[in-house]
Design a protein around this ligand. Structure first.
Ligand SMILES: Nc1nc(=O)c2c([nH]1)NC[C@@H]1CN(c3ccc(C(=O)N[C@@H](CCC(=O)O)C(=O)O)cc3)CN21
Ligand SMILES: CC(C)C(=O)C(=O)O
Ligand SMILES: [Mg+2]
Length: 264
């Protein structure tokens, strides 16, 4: 099987073939997810919560992200490897270039950054210099203290329009992928149809081009916050590889996310 690139994902979008993504933080899980056919692996800054036990993602450092990216890289043969730039590591385009370089040199194929309008210059500067960017909008967890909690975004008409406009502007700035988190399904559908680039949803309904979940949620070992949009696939399968297969299968068949995992 040849390596997944952003061009592969774009082809999947054009063909209407759903793809799957999971977080991974170490080589062993990465190798298992890769060999079962997960298309995209994300070294998420969610590691601040699920590995380190913090209440949010803000304490995570670039060095920690680079360490886990190096670990995951050694487990991968086929999947695309994306890594999150953590809180405040891309506050200026210069910081973004310095820190994205560290993650790329640790083995990432692209970096993910949270934000809309204010990030446009950063997206084009990174892309022009050889670092592909996945933009992340909607519920951006690094802004949890601005939002006042992990809350669904884009429910009123003004905010929905703003998120749609941001998505189009990020694509125009050069973003090659987009993550939509915790927004109403109808808005995610509208954005997915409006863009040429592949759109990955989490808590964004069934009509995005791909789905992503945090591996601890899929394997039923998250404590504290367990988002409603996630699903424990270990419960129904009893084995990690079978759980991952079931997740991939349900995404490809359009069975996940179901109505119970969806915000309206
Ligand atoms: N285990 C885990 N899973 C995740 O999906 C995840 C993390 N951790 N850490 C980083 C961010 C934080 N995320 C979260 C965390 C909680 C909710 C949550 O509790 N959402 C409410 C919806 C609230 C509303 O209706 O406005 C829910 O019921 O799911 C959502 C996203 C997503 N990411
Ligand atoms: C939930 C995904 C999209 C993420 O950003 C993370 O795991 O950090
Ligand atoms: Mg993240």
């Amino acid at each position: 099987m040849s390596k997944i690139t952003t061009a592969t994902l774009r082809k999947f979008k054009q063909e209407g073939r759903k793809f799957t993504a999971l977080t991974a933080y170490d080589a062993s899980f990465a190798a298992a997810f890769d060999s079962e056919g997960v298309d995209v692996l994300l070294v998420g800054d969610s590691l601040g919560m699920v590995l380190q036990g913090h209440d949010d993602t803000l304490p995570v450092s670039v060095e920690e992200m680079a360490y886990h990216t190096r670990c995951v890289r050694r487990g991968i043969s086929r999947s695309l490897l994306m890594a999150d730039l953590p809180f405040m590591s891309y506050a200026t385009p210069e910081q973004a270039m310095t820190n994205a370089t560290k993650l790329m040199q640790a083995g990432a194929n692209m970096v993910k950054i949270e934000g809309g309008q204010w990030l446009l210059e950063t997206v084009s500067m990174l892309t022009e210099r050889g670092i592909p960017v996945c933009a992340h909008i909607g519920l951006t967890p690094q802004s949890v203290h601005v939002f006042g909690g992990f809350k669904v975004q884009g429910r009123d008409a003004d905010n929905a329009q703003r998120i749609l406009d941001e998505a189009k502007a990020l694509e125009a700035a050069g973003a090659q992928l987009l993550v939509l988190e915790c927004i109403p399904a109808a808005l995610a559908k509208q954005i997915t149809e409006a863009l040429q680039i592949p759109v990955i949803g989490i808590g964004a309904g069934k009509d995005t081009d791909g789905q992503i979940l945090v591996m601890h949620d899929v394997l039923g070992i998250s404590s504290g916050y367990i988002p409603r949009f996630s699903k424990n696939y270990l419960k129904q399968t009893g084995e990690i590889r079978e759980a991952v297969k079931a997740y991939i299968d349900e995404v490809q068949q359009g069975q996940f996310p179901a109505e119970e995992h969806t915000f309206n």
